[in-house]
Design a protein around this ligand. Structure first.
Ligand SMILES: [Zn+2]
Length: 145
């Protein structure tokens, strides 16, 4: 099953298969495991890929590769959209489920909306977010109130 943000990491949270991060073959930085279905929904030509492979996502903004494994690498140019970490500008989407840009993500009401949606299981991060995980990590930290 998908491992979204609202899955409590607490007891009993056993996942059938827990893959470890790997080093991006391009930049050497840590790349996180990502599901094939994520790659499928963001690659420009998913039909050309070997989706049975396991995939990792490199979110290093200075690295041109995004989805990687030992046989294949997908560069930024080979994707339909990019993980938020790859794009610094404020018009870049950080929440792909609800279309929130980096600029909008600074608004407390917007953040609260997304928090509520994830709590209520209304998000679809594994498929929609190119990073394959909850977008709230990409939101600017709420300033201490
Ligand atoms: Zn990389």
């Amino acid at each position: 099953m998908s491992s979204c943000c609202n899955t409590p990491p607490a007891e009993g949270g056993k996942k059938p298969e827990k893959r470890k991060p790997t080093d991006c073959p391009q930049c050497g930085q840590r790349a996180m495991p990502v599901e094939a279905i994520t790659v499928l929904h963001h690659a420009e030509q998913p039909w050309a890929l070997e989706l049975e492979d396991q995939w990792w996502v490199c979110e290093n903004p200075d690295c041109d590769q995004v989805y990687v494994n030992e046989h294949q690498q997908l560069s930024q140019a080979q994707l339909r959209d990019l993980p938020a970490g790859k794009q610094a500008d404020e018009h870049a989407l950080v929440c792909f489920c609800f279309g929130v840009t980096r600029a909008q993500a600074t608004e407390p009401a917007v953040r609260e909306f997304v928090v509520q949606m994830t709590r209520n299981n209304r998000c679809d991060c594994t498929i929609r977010n190119p990073a394959g995980r909850c977008c709230l990590k990409d939101f600017p930290k709420p300033s201490a109130v």
